[in-house]
Write a protein that binds this ligand. Structure first.
Ligand SMILES: [Zn+2]
Length: 219
């Protein structure tokens, strides 16, 4: 009987030891893994990757911080528009970049958001001075419309001319002028998919809106 008991206790002891060994081995593995993730003595953050280059260049200085009233896709009516008075209703096909009061009487330069040919430069109802540029974005052709520009100020731009991203292409038209389309001093930037021209600044449903791209996501 005693012999049986001692055999049982030896077996139990072996099992306990085996469990302990497995436990210690696992703990060791877990600790090693943790150490690999957080090398001791080095910062816990990953080494900084070079920032991904945006697909579009800023069409105006501090571009993103100027999108305060009419972002891409906002639905407005004369009653709900963040800009008053308002004559339009629908989904905004472009992105509006606002100016500050200190910029009211100075030239605010507008730069090419991408490299590509100048498609046209003319006065268009609702926009005043407009430049349209042919570009490639996300490997697809787009037309980029810059609205409310003083296109009469000499910038030696001609239709068909190839411009590089960041080249100065115009300055903003003064507030409530013919060249601003009678609007506040701001830039409307519309990016229409494909090569066909579409001057609409507002459309009446989401499926039409899908013909345009949101500039902000490329800046
Ligand atoms: Zn606009």
């Amino acid at each position: 009987m005693k012999k049986v008991l001692s055999i049982v206790s030896v077996i139990l002891l072996i099992i306990v030891l085996a469990i302990l060994v497995v436990f210690i081995l696992n703990l060791d593995k877990a600790l090693k893994k943790q150490n690999q993730q957080k090398p001791s003595g080095s910062p816990t953050t990953q080494p900084s990757q070079p920032a991904k280059k945006p697909a579009l260049s800023e069409p105006i200085s501090s571009a993103k911080s100027r999108i305060t009233k009419k972002p891409f896709g906002i639905y407005i009516t004369p009653q709900t528009s963040p800009v008053q008075p308002e004559k339009f209703a629908g989904y905004h096909t472009g992105t509006d970049f606002e100016t500050t009061s200190s910029e009211a009487s100075v030239d605010v330069p507008i730069y090419a958001a991408c490299g590509g040919k100048i498609r046209l430069q003319e006065i268009v109802q609702g926009y005043g001075g407009v430049i349209v540029q042919d570009c490639t974005l996300d490997n697809q052709p787009v037309t980029v419309l810059y609205g409310h520009l003083n296109i009469r100020q000499a910038h030696v731009l001609s239709v068909g001319q190839e411009v590089n991203a960041r080249d100065k292409i115009a300055v903003l038209a003064p507030e409530n002028s013919e060249l601003s389309g009678g609007e506040r001093k701001h830039l409307h930037l519309g990016i229409h998919k494909g090569t066909t021209l579409d001057f609409r600044g507002y459309v009446q449903n989401q499926s039409e809106l899908s013909g345009w791209l949101d500039a902000k996501s490329y800046l």
